[in-house]
Write a protein that binds this ligand. Structure first.
Ligand SMILES: [Zn+2]
Length: 466
Protein backbone atom coordinates (compact mmCIF):
# COMPACT_ATOMS: atom_id res chain seq x y z
CA UNK A 1 0.00 0.00 0.00
CA UNK A 2 1.05 3.57 -0.55
CA UNK A 3 -0.44 5.02 2.63
CA UNK A 4 -0.33 3.93 6.26
CA UNK A 5 -1.52 5.73 9.38
CA UNK A 6 0.55 7.41 12.00
CA UNK A 7 -0.31 7.34 15.69
CA UNK A 8 -2.76 10.16 15.11
CA UNK A 9 -4.56 8.14 12.43
CA UNK A 10 -3.31 10.51 9.75
CA UNK A 11 -2.31 9.17 6.32
CA UNK A 12 1.43 9.01 5.90
CA UNK A 13 3.68 8.16 2.96
CA UNK A 14 6.56 5.72 3.41
CA UNK A 15 9.92 7.27 4.37
CA UNK A 16 13.14 5.29 4.87
CA UNK A 17 13.33 3.56 8.22
CA UNK A 18 9.86 4.51 9.37
CA UNK A 19 6.93 2.44 10.50
CA UNK A 20 3.22 2.93 10.20
CA UNK A 21 -0.08 1.26 11.04
CA UNK A 22 -2.27 -0.57 8.52
CA UNK A 23 -5.62 1.28 8.39
CA UNK A 24 -7.48 -1.98 7.93
CA UNK A 25 -5.94 -4.49 10.31
CA UNK A 26 -4.13 -2.02 12.58
CA UNK A 27 -0.95 -4.10 12.37
CA UNK A 28 2.43 -2.51 12.00
CA UNK A 29 3.64 -1.92 8.43
CA UNK A 30 7.21 -1.22 7.32
CA UNK A 31 8.28 1.38 4.78
CA UNK A 32 9.96 -0.12 1.71
CA UNK A 33 12.04 2.57 0.03
CA UNK A 34 14.19 0.83 -2.57
CA UNK A 35 15.90 2.19 -5.65
CA UNK A 36 13.77 0.40 -8.22
CA UNK A 37 10.18 0.10 -7.00
CA UNK A 38 7.91 2.87 -5.91
CA UNK A 39 8.12 3.45 -2.17
CA UNK A 40 5.37 1.63 -0.32
CA UNK A 41 4.32 0.04 2.98
CA UNK A 42 4.55 -3.69 3.62
CA UNK A 43 2.93 -5.91 6.21
CA UNK A 44 5.11 -8.12 8.31
CA UNK A 45 5.00 -11.80 7.19
CA UNK A 46 1.99 -13.89 8.32
CA UNK A 47 -0.17 -10.87 8.90
CA UNK A 48 -3.83 -11.57 8.27
CA UNK A 49 -5.07 -8.39 6.63
CA UNK A 50 -7.81 -7.51 4.08
CA UNK A 51 -8.72 -10.88 2.54
CA UNK A 52 -9.70 -9.15 -0.73
CA UNK A 53 -6.31 -7.71 -1.28
CA UNK A 54 -4.01 -9.72 -3.46
CA UNK A 55 -0.30 -9.31 -3.16
CA UNK A 56 0.35 -5.74 -4.25
CA UNK A 57 2.64 -5.35 -7.26
CA UNK A 58 4.44 -2.47 -8.85
CA UNK A 59 1.70 -2.54 -11.54
CA UNK A 60 -0.89 -1.70 -8.81
CA UNK A 61 1.19 1.05 -7.33
CA UNK A 62 1.93 2.72 -10.66
CA UNK A 63 -1.73 2.72 -11.63
CA UNK A 64 -2.81 4.20 -8.28
CA UNK A 65 -0.18 6.85 -8.59
CA UNK A 66 -1.70 8.13 -11.84
CA UNK A 67 -4.46 9.70 -9.74
CA UNK A 68 -4.54 12.28 -6.93
CA UNK A 69 -3.36 11.01 -3.54
CA UNK A 70 -6.68 11.94 -2.02
CA UNK A 71 -8.31 9.33 -4.29
CA UNK A 72 -5.88 6.52 -3.50
CA UNK A 73 -6.54 3.63 -1.08
CA UNK A 74 -9.81 4.90 0.25
CA UNK A 75 -11.31 2.96 3.14
CA UNK A 76 -14.98 2.13 2.68
CA UNK A 77 -17.02 0.80 5.55
CA UNK A 78 -20.40 -0.76 5.03
CA UNK A 79 -22.41 -3.09 7.34
CA UNK A 80 -19.33 -3.51 9.56
CA UNK A 81 -17.25 -4.53 6.60
CA UNK A 82 -14.18 -2.50 5.82
CA UNK A 83 -12.29 -2.52 2.57
CA UNK A 84 -9.76 -0.36 0.78
CA UNK A 85 -10.74 0.81 -2.68
CA UNK A 86 -7.67 1.21 -4.91
CA UNK A 87 -9.11 4.45 -6.31
CA UNK A 88 -12.24 6.30 -5.38
CA UNK A 89 -12.87 9.46 -7.38
CA UNK A 90 -14.49 12.57 -5.92
CA UNK A 91 -17.69 11.46 -7.66
CA UNK A 92 -17.57 8.14 -5.79
CA UNK A 93 -16.47 5.88 -8.67
CA UNK A 94 -14.29 3.02 -7.45
CA UNK A 95 -11.52 1.62 -9.68
CA UNK A 96 -10.22 -1.81 -8.79
CA UNK A 97 -6.92 -2.90 -10.30
CA UNK A 98 -6.76 -6.68 -10.72
CA UNK A 99 -3.45 -8.32 -11.50
CA UNK A 100 -4.04 -12.04 -10.97
CA UNK A 101 -6.90 -14.34 -11.85
CA UNK A 102 -10.00 -14.11 -9.71
CA UNK A 103 -13.04 -16.28 -8.96
CA UNK A 104 -16.36 -15.23 -10.42
CA UNK A 105 -17.92 -15.25 -6.89
CA UNK A 106 -15.29 -12.82 -5.68
CA UNK A 107 -16.03 -10.53 -8.60
CA UNK A 108 -19.72 -10.52 -7.76
CA UNK A 109 -19.13 -9.86 -4.02
CA UNK A 110 -16.90 -6.89 -4.73
CA UNK A 111 -19.24 -5.42 -7.29
CA UNK A 112 -22.10 -5.64 -4.79
CA UNK A 113 -19.97 -3.94 -2.11
CA UNK A 114 -18.58 -1.08 -4.23
CA UNK A 115 -21.62 -0.72 -6.51
CA UNK A 116 -20.30 2.20 -8.62
CA UNK A 117 -17.07 0.74 -9.93
CA UNK A 118 -14.96 -0.27 -12.89
CA UNK A 119 -12.29 -2.92 -13.26
CA UNK A 120 -8.83 -2.48 -14.73
CA UNK A 121 -7.37 -5.94 -15.36
CA UNK A 122 -3.73 -6.53 -16.16
CA UNK A 123 -3.83 -8.34 -19.48
CA UNK A 124 -0.09 -8.70 -19.74
CA UNK A 125 -0.20 -12.39 -18.84
CA UNK A 126 -2.98 -13.35 -21.22
CA UNK A 127 -2.92 -10.80 -24.02
CA UNK A 128 -1.62 -13.48 -26.40
CA UNK A 129 -4.70 -15.52 -25.57
CA UNK A 130 -6.84 -13.30 -27.86
CA UNK A 131 -7.32 -12.97 -31.54
CA UNK A 132 -8.01 -9.28 -32.09
CA UNK A 133 -9.13 -7.79 -35.41
CA UNK A 134 -9.70 -4.13 -36.11
CA UNK A 135 -13.31 -3.55 -37.18
CA UNK A 136 -12.17 -0.59 -39.28
CA UNK A 137 -9.81 -2.90 -41.20
CA UNK A 138 -12.57 -5.52 -41.45
CA UNK A 139 -15.18 -3.06 -42.68
CA UNK A 140 -12.77 -1.43 -45.12
CA UNK A 141 -11.99 -4.88 -46.53
CA UNK A 142 -15.73 -5.51 -46.88
CA UNK A 143 -16.21 -2.12 -48.54
CA UNK A 144 -13.44 -2.87 -50.99
CA UNK A 145 -14.94 -6.25 -51.90
CA UNK A 146 -18.39 -4.57 -52.25
CA UNK A 147 -16.89 -2.10 -54.66
CA UNK A 148 -15.07 -4.78 -56.62
CA UNK A 149 -18.47 -6.55 -56.79
CA UNK A 150 -19.83 -3.34 -58.23
CA UNK A 151 -17.10 -3.32 -60.86
CA UNK A 152 -17.84 -6.99 -61.58
CA UNK A 153 -21.45 -5.90 -62.19
CA UNK A 154 -20.29 -3.32 -64.71
CA UNK A 155 -18.15 -5.93 -66.45
CA UNK A 156 -21.08 -8.35 -66.54
CA UNK A 157 -23.31 -5.61 -67.89
CA UNK A 158 -20.81 -4.81 -70.65
CA UNK A 159 -20.54 -8.49 -71.57
CA UNK A 160 -24.30 -8.97 -71.62
CA UNK A 161 -24.79 -5.77 -73.56
CA UNK A 162 -22.22 -6.90 -76.11
CA UNK A 163 -23.98 -10.25 -76.56
CA UNK A 164 -27.31 -8.50 -77.08
CA UNK A 165 -25.67 -6.04 -79.47
CA UNK A 166 -24.33 -8.99 -81.50
CA UNK A 167 -27.74 -10.69 -81.56
CA UNK A 168 -29.31 -7.38 -82.61
CA UNK A 169 -26.82 -6.93 -85.43
CA UNK A 170 -27.53 -10.44 -86.75
CA UNK A 171 -31.27 -9.82 -86.66
CA UNK A 172 -30.94 -6.51 -88.47
CA UNK A 173 -28.84 -8.19 -91.16
CA UNK A 174 -31.40 -11.01 -91.49
CA UNK A 175 -34.25 -8.50 -91.75
CA UNK A 176 -32.29 -6.53 -94.35
CA UNK A 177 -31.75 -9.64 -96.50
CA UNK A 178 -35.39 -10.71 -96.24
CA UNK A 179 -36.63 -7.22 -97.02
CA UNK A 180 -34.40 -7.17 -100.07
CA UNK A 181 -35.92 -10.45 -101.30
CA UNK A 182 -39.38 -9.15 -100.41
CA UNK A 183 -38.86 -5.97 -102.45
CA UNK A 184 -37.51 -7.96 -105.39
CA UNK A 185 -40.55 -10.25 -105.36
CA UNK A 186 -42.81 -7.22 -104.95
CA UNK A 187 -41.18 -5.66 -108.00
CA UNK A 188 -41.44 -8.94 -109.88
CA UNK A 189 -45.15 -9.07 -109.16
CA UNK A 190 -45.62 -5.47 -110.35
CA UNK A 191 -43.84 -6.28 -113.62
CA UNK A 192 -45.11 -9.80 -113.76
CA UNK A 193 -45.53 -9.95 -117.57
CA UNK A 194 -41.91 -8.88 -118.17
CA UNK A 195 -40.73 -10.92 -115.30
CA UNK A 196 -42.55 -13.97 -116.57
CA UNK A 197 -40.96 -13.72 -120.01
CA UNK A 198 -37.53 -13.72 -118.37
CA UNK A 199 -38.66 -16.50 -116.14
CA UNK A 200 -39.94 -18.43 -119.10
CA UNK A 201 -36.65 -18.00 -120.96
CA UNK A 202 -34.77 -19.13 -117.88
CA UNK A 203 -37.03 -22.15 -117.65
CA UNK A 204 -36.41 -22.97 -121.32
CA UNK A 205 -32.64 -22.65 -120.78
CA UNK A 206 -32.64 -25.49 -118.30
CA UNK A 207 -33.30 -23.08 -115.42
CA UNK A 208 -35.14 -26.07 -114.03
CA UNK A 209 -31.88 -27.84 -113.22
CA UNK A 210 -31.26 -25.41 -110.37
CA UNK A 211 -34.39 -25.83 -108.32
CA UNK A 212 -37.40 -28.01 -107.57
CA UNK A 213 -39.96 -27.63 -110.32
CA UNK A 214 -43.68 -27.23 -110.02
CA UNK A 215 -45.67 -30.03 -111.72
CA UNK A 216 -46.85 -27.57 -114.38
CA UNK A 217 -43.25 -26.61 -115.04
CA UNK A 218 -42.23 -30.28 -115.37
CA UNK A 219 -45.08 -31.04 -117.77
CA UNK A 220 -44.35 -27.95 -119.78
CA UNK A 221 -40.65 -28.81 -120.06
CA UNK A 222 -41.45 -32.43 -121.05
CA UNK A 223 -43.76 -31.23 -123.79
CA UNK A 224 -41.11 -28.84 -125.04
CA UNK A 225 -38.67 -31.72 -125.30
CA UNK A 226 -41.20 -33.85 -127.16
CA UNK A 227 -41.81 -30.97 -129.59
CA UNK A 228 -38.04 -30.62 -130.13
CA UNK A 229 -37.80 -34.36 -130.92
CA UNK A 230 -40.72 -34.17 -133.31
CA UNK A 231 -39.18 -31.20 -135.07
CA UNK A 232 -36.00 -33.24 -135.47
CA UNK A 233 -37.99 -36.15 -136.92
CA UNK A 234 -39.76 -33.81 -139.31
CA UNK A 235 -36.41 -32.46 -140.41
CA UNK A 236 -35.11 -35.98 -141.06
CA UNK A 237 -38.12 -36.72 -143.27
CA UNK A 238 -37.59 -33.46 -145.10
CA UNK A 239 -33.92 -34.24 -145.62
CA UNK A 240 -34.75 -37.69 -146.98
CA UNK A 241 -37.31 -36.23 -149.37
CA UNK A 242 -34.71 -33.70 -150.50
CA UNK A 243 -32.28 -36.51 -151.23
CA UNK A 244 -34.81 -38.18 -153.59
CA UNK A 245 -35.55 -34.83 -155.21
CA UNK A 246 -31.85 -34.22 -155.75
CA UNK A 247 -31.51 -37.22 -158.13
CA UNK A 248 -31.56 -36.53 -161.85
CA UNK A 249 -35.04 -36.54 -163.32
CA UNK A 250 -35.93 -38.99 -166.05
CA UNK A 251 -36.52 -37.13 -169.35
CA UNK A 252 -38.58 -39.83 -170.97
CA UNK A 253 -42.13 -38.71 -171.72
CA UNK A 254 -44.74 -39.90 -169.16
CA UNK A 255 -41.92 -41.03 -166.81
CA UNK A 256 -40.79 -37.63 -165.46
CA UNK A 257 -42.12 -38.65 -161.97
CA UNK A 258 -39.08 -40.97 -161.91
CA UNK A 259 -35.45 -40.26 -161.01
CA UNK A 260 -32.30 -42.01 -162.12
CA UNK A 261 -30.73 -43.97 -159.28
CA UNK A 262 -27.90 -46.50 -159.13
CA UNK A 263 -28.90 -50.04 -158.16
CA UNK A 264 -26.70 -49.97 -155.05
CA UNK A 265 -28.51 -46.83 -153.77
CA UNK A 266 -31.82 -48.54 -153.34
CA UNK A 267 -32.99 -51.64 -151.55
CA UNK A 268 -34.11 -54.50 -153.79
CA UNK A 269 -37.33 -55.06 -151.75
CA UNK A 270 -38.48 -51.75 -153.29
CA UNK A 271 -38.45 -53.48 -156.75
CA UNK A 272 -42.17 -52.67 -157.33
CA UNK A 273 -41.46 -48.93 -157.70
CA UNK A 274 -38.46 -49.66 -159.90
CA UNK A 275 -38.25 -49.73 -163.73
CA UNK A 276 -35.39 -50.17 -166.16
CA UNK A 277 -34.58 -49.30 -169.79
CA UNK A 278 -31.65 -49.82 -172.08
CA UNK A 279 -29.34 -46.79 -171.99
CA UNK A 280 -28.95 -46.80 -175.79
CA UNK A 281 -32.76 -46.35 -176.11
CA UNK A 282 -32.93 -43.29 -173.93
CA UNK A 283 -33.06 -40.83 -176.77
CA UNK A 284 -35.39 -42.91 -178.91
CA UNK A 285 -38.97 -41.81 -179.34
CA UNK A 286 -40.47 -44.77 -177.51
CA UNK A 287 -37.89 -46.52 -175.38
CA UNK A 288 -38.96 -49.79 -173.91
CA UNK A 289 -39.69 -49.34 -170.16
CA UNK A 290 -39.69 -52.55 -168.12
CA UNK A 291 -41.35 -52.65 -164.69
CA UNK A 292 -39.53 -55.00 -162.27
CA UNK A 293 -41.69 -57.84 -160.96
CA UNK A 294 -39.47 -59.38 -158.30
CA UNK A 295 -36.33 -59.05 -156.23
CA UNK A 296 -34.60 -61.62 -158.40
CA UNK A 297 -35.39 -59.50 -161.48
CA UNK A 298 -33.96 -56.48 -159.59
CA UNK A 299 -30.80 -58.51 -158.87
CA UNK A 300 -30.52 -59.75 -162.47
CA UNK A 301 -30.81 -56.21 -164.01
CA UNK A 302 -28.43 -54.76 -161.45
CA UNK A 303 -25.74 -57.00 -162.88
CA UNK A 304 -26.44 -55.76 -166.48
CA UNK A 305 -24.23 -52.76 -167.30
CA UNK A 306 -26.40 -51.43 -170.15
CA UNK A 307 -29.62 -50.96 -168.10
CA UNK A 308 -30.54 -47.73 -166.35
CA UNK A 309 -32.65 -47.94 -163.19
CA UNK A 310 -35.39 -45.33 -162.65
CA UNK A 311 -37.50 -45.09 -159.44
CA UNK A 312 -40.99 -43.70 -158.98
CA UNK A 313 -40.36 -41.08 -156.25
CA UNK A 314 -44.04 -40.30 -155.80
CA UNK A 315 -43.99 -43.15 -153.27
CA UNK A 316 -41.35 -41.37 -151.20
CA UNK A 317 -42.95 -37.99 -151.68
CA UNK A 318 -46.18 -39.37 -150.32
CA UNK A 319 -44.50 -41.29 -147.56
CA UNK A 320 -42.42 -38.37 -146.19
CA UNK A 321 -45.03 -35.69 -146.77
CA UNK A 322 -47.62 -37.75 -144.83
CA UNK A 323 -45.12 -38.37 -142.09
CA UNK A 324 -44.31 -34.66 -141.84
CA UNK A 325 -48.01 -33.82 -141.77
CA UNK A 326 -48.56 -36.29 -138.92
CA UNK A 327 -45.62 -34.86 -137.02
CA UNK A 328 -46.89 -31.31 -137.47
CA UNK A 329 -50.33 -32.34 -136.23
CA UNK A 330 -48.78 -34.00 -133.24
CA UNK A 331 -46.70 -30.89 -132.55
CA UNK A 332 -49.81 -28.74 -132.81
CA UNK A 333 -51.61 -30.86 -130.21
CA UNK A 334 -48.68 -30.66 -127.82
CA UNK A 335 -48.24 -26.96 -128.46
CA UNK A 336 -51.90 -26.42 -127.61
CA UNK A 337 -51.37 -28.43 -124.49
CA UNK A 338 -48.40 -26.25 -123.63
CA UNK A 339 -50.40 -23.09 -124.27
CA UNK A 340 -52.86 -24.24 -121.63
CA UNK A 341 -49.99 -25.29 -119.36
CA UNK A 342 -48.36 -21.91 -119.82
CA UNK A 343 -51.48 -20.10 -118.62
CA UNK A 344 -51.63 -22.43 -115.66
CA UNK A 345 -47.92 -21.98 -115.10
CA UNK A 346 -48.31 -18.23 -115.16
CA UNK A 347 -50.98 -18.48 -112.50
CA UNK A 348 -48.94 -20.92 -110.45
CA UNK A 349 -45.87 -18.72 -110.59
CA UNK A 350 -47.86 -15.59 -109.85
CA UNK A 351 -49.63 -17.10 -106.85
CA UNK A 352 -46.42 -18.82 -105.80
CA UNK A 353 -44.75 -15.43 -105.76
CA UNK A 354 -47.68 -13.92 -103.87
CA UNK A 355 -47.42 -16.73 -101.31
CA UNK A 356 -43.69 -16.21 -100.98
CA UNK A 357 -44.23 -12.48 -100.59
CA UNK A 358 -46.79 -13.01 -97.81
CA UNK A 359 -44.55 -15.59 -96.19
CA UNK A 360 -41.63 -13.16 -96.27
CA UNK A 361 -43.80 -10.38 -94.92
CA UNK A 362 -44.75 -12.59 -91.97
CA UNK A 363 -41.14 -13.59 -91.40
CA UNK A 364 -40.06 -9.96 -91.49
CA UNK A 365 -42.74 -8.95 -89.00
CA UNK A 366 -41.72 -11.80 -86.73
CA UNK A 367 -38.08 -10.75 -86.92
CA UNK A 368 -39.01 -7.13 -86.26
CA UNK A 369 -40.89 -8.21 -83.14
CA UNK A 370 -37.85 -10.18 -82.04
CA UNK A 371 -35.72 -7.12 -82.64
CA UNK A 372 -38.10 -4.95 -80.61
CA UNK A 373 -37.95 -7.46 -77.74
CA UNK A 374 -34.19 -7.49 -77.88
CA UNK A 375 -34.08 -3.70 -77.82
CA UNK A 376 -36.39 -3.70 -74.81
CA UNK A 377 -34.18 -6.27 -73.12
CA UNK A 378 -31.16 -4.13 -73.79
CA UNK A 379 -32.89 -1.02 -72.45
CA UNK A 380 -33.80 -2.92 -69.32
CA UNK A 381 -30.22 -4.08 -68.84
CA UNK A 382 -29.08 -0.49 -69.33
CA UNK A 383 -31.73 0.81 -66.96
CA UNK A 384 -30.77 -1.67 -64.24
CA UNK A 385 -27.18 -0.76 -64.74
CA UNK A 386 -28.00 2.94 -64.40
CA UNK A 387 -30.05 2.35 -61.26
CA UNK A 388 -27.20 0.36 -59.75
CA UNK A 389 -24.72 2.99 -60.78
CA UNK A 390 -26.86 5.79 -59.37
CA UNK A 391 -27.38 3.89 -56.12
CA UNK A 392 -23.69 3.30 -55.74
CA UNK A 393 -22.95 6.86 -56.73
CA UNK A 394 -25.34 8.39 -54.19
CA UNK A 395 -24.83 6.30 -51.12
CA UNK A 396 -21.77 4.24 -51.54
CA UNK A 397 -19.22 6.54 -52.94
CA UNK A 398 -16.07 4.87 -51.81
CA UNK A 399 -14.45 7.88 -50.17
CA UNK A 400 -17.53 8.77 -48.19
CA UNK A 401 -18.06 5.16 -47.15
CA UNK A 402 -14.45 4.94 -46.07
CA UNK A 403 -14.79 8.05 -43.88
CA UNK A 404 -18.02 6.74 -42.42
CA UNK A 405 -16.43 3.40 -41.54
CA UNK A 406 -13.40 5.08 -39.99
CA UNK A 407 -15.69 7.25 -37.89
CA UNK A 408 -18.23 4.61 -36.86
CA UNK A 409 -15.78 1.83 -36.11
CA UNK A 410 -12.96 3.91 -34.69
CA UNK A 411 -11.26 2.01 -31.88
CA UNK A 412 -13.64 -0.94 -32.21
CA UNK A 413 -12.09 -4.39 -32.38
CA UNK A 414 -13.45 -7.84 -32.83
CA UNK A 415 -11.92 -10.41 -30.52
CA UNK A 416 -12.19 -14.01 -29.59
CA UNK A 417 -10.47 -16.03 -26.93
CA UNK A 418 -8.06 -18.71 -27.97
CA UNK A 419 -8.70 -20.28 -24.56
CA UNK A 420 -11.65 -18.78 -22.79
CA UNK A 421 -11.40 -17.33 -19.26
CA UNK A 422 -15.01 -17.47 -18.17
CA UNK A 423 -14.82 -15.77 -14.73
CA UNK A 424 -15.11 -12.24 -16.17
CA UNK A 425 -18.34 -13.24 -17.94
CA UNK A 426 -20.09 -12.87 -14.55
CA UNK A 427 -19.07 -9.26 -14.07
CA UNK A 428 -21.74 -6.58 -14.42
CA UNK A 429 -19.34 -3.65 -14.29
CA UNK A 430 -17.17 -2.15 -17.00
CA UNK A 431 -13.92 -4.05 -17.51
CA UNK A 432 -10.82 -2.46 -19.01
CA UNK A 433 -8.03 -4.84 -20.03
CA UNK A 434 -4.64 -3.16 -19.61
CA UNK A 435 -2.47 -3.91 -22.64
CA UNK A 436 0.29 -1.47 -21.62
CA UNK A 437 0.07 1.62 -23.79
CA UNK A 438 -3.67 1.19 -24.27
CA UNK A 439 -6.68 -0.52 -22.73
CA UNK A 440 -9.43 -2.56 -24.35
CA UNK A 441 -12.86 -2.05 -22.83
CA UNK A 442 -14.98 -5.19 -23.15
CA UNK A 443 -18.09 -4.04 -25.01
CA UNK A 444 -19.64 -7.43 -25.71
CA UNK A 445 -18.76 -11.07 -26.00
CA UNK A 446 -16.85 -10.34 -29.19
CA UNK A 447 -16.13 -6.63 -29.25
CA UNK A 448 -13.49 -4.40 -27.65
CA UNK A 449 -13.26 -0.64 -27.59
CA UNK A 450 -9.67 0.53 -27.70
CA UNK A 451 -8.72 3.48 -25.49
CA UNK A 452 -5.28 5.02 -25.05
CA UNK A 453 -4.03 4.79 -21.47
CA UNK A 454 -3.48 8.58 -21.32
CA UNK A 455 -7.01 9.19 -22.54
CA UNK A 456 -8.41 6.69 -20.02
CA UNK A 457 -6.68 8.50 -17.15
CA UNK A 458 -7.86 11.88 -18.47
CA UNK A 459 -11.44 10.63 -18.58
CA UNK A 460 -11.22 9.35 -14.99
CA UNK A 461 -9.79 12.68 -13.86
CA UNK A 462 -12.54 14.56 -15.68
CA UNK A 463 -15.18 12.23 -14.25
CA UNK A 464 -16.29 11.30 -17.79
CA UNK A 465 -15.34 7.61 -17.67
CA UNK A 466 -18.09 5.05 -17.91
ZN1 LIG B 1 -3.49 -4.59 7.16
Amino acid sequence: MLFACDLNKLRIKPLPNTKGICPICNNEVIAVCGQINMHHWRHKPNTNCNPWKEHETEWHRKWKNEFPESWQEIIIVEDNEKHIADIKTENGLVIEFQNSSILSETIQIREEFYKNMIWVVNADKFKDNFKILSLVTNKLDELLSDFSGYYDDIEEYLKKNQEIEFEKKNLIEEIYQKEKTFLRIDGDLANFENYFNDYFNDLENDFGNFRNLLDTEKNYLNNSKIIDNLMDKRKISEQKLNIYNSYERCKIKNYTFCVKINFNNINKDKYNICKVYKREEENKLFPKIISLKSQSEFSWYSSQKDYQLIVDIRYYEKKYKNRMKDIINEIKIIQNENTVLLIKLKNDVFYGLMDRKNELSEEINKLKNELREIKEKQNKVKENYNIEKEKEHNSNDYGKAEQRIKHNYKGRYEYCWNKRRPSWDYSNKPIYLDFGTHLFKIISKNEFQKIEKKYFIKQVLNNTIS
